[in-house]
Design a binder for this molecule. Structure first.
Ligand SMILES: Cc1cc2nc3c(=O)[nH]c(=O)nc-3n(C[C@H](O)[C@H](O)[C@H](O)COP(=O)(O)OP(=O)(O)OC[C@H]3O[C@@H](n4cnc5c(N)ncnc54)[C@H](O)[C@@H]3O)c2cc1C
Length: 95
């Protein structure tokens, strides 16, 4: 019978930054490994939100509300462990 001790250590992936590169990497990893207990993905970012920059000018022009282009990271990533931390070393909060 398998015990916790017999389980191999999980493979850990650390993603730095919650911008386009980081968020889409995490979304892809959730798609591929989301149901696997042996893969742990952690995303570290300074902000707890993702800003959709291509529509930023529409906010400046008052065509859309800012809330339409800002999304909380925890809502976008349901299986990724997320930490809001300035990589310079200051932990601000948990998502
Ligand atoms: C107004 C505007 C419009 C744009 N329009 C387009 C477009 O139409 N099409 C297009 O292809 N590109 C566009 N871009 C460019 C696009 O936004 C960038 O190419 C893209 O965001 C780069 O992705 P990235 O993941 O490398 O960096 P970013 O998206 O900038 O993400 C960097 C992440 O790292 C985090 N971070 C940074 N420093 C630290 C730190 N010290 N500690 C912790 N976290 C940190 C930030 O909080 C952020 O979450 C636009 C950019 C702007 C500003």
């Amino acid at each position: 019978m398998a015990t916790g001790r017999d389980s191999p250590s999980p493979r850990r992936v650390l993603i730095l930054g919650g911008g386009f590169g980081g968020i889409y990497t995490a979304l892809e990893l959730e798609k591929r490994f989301g149901d696997r207990a042996d893969v742990e993905v952690t995303l570290v970012s300074r902000d707890n939100f993702f800003l959709f920059t291509p529509m930023l000018h529409e906010v400046a022009a008052c065509d859309v509300e800012l809330t339409n282009i800002v999304n909380p990271i925890r809502k976008l990533l349901t299986r990724t462990r997320c930490e809001v931390t300035d990589l310079d070393g200051h932990s601000r909060q948990s998502l």
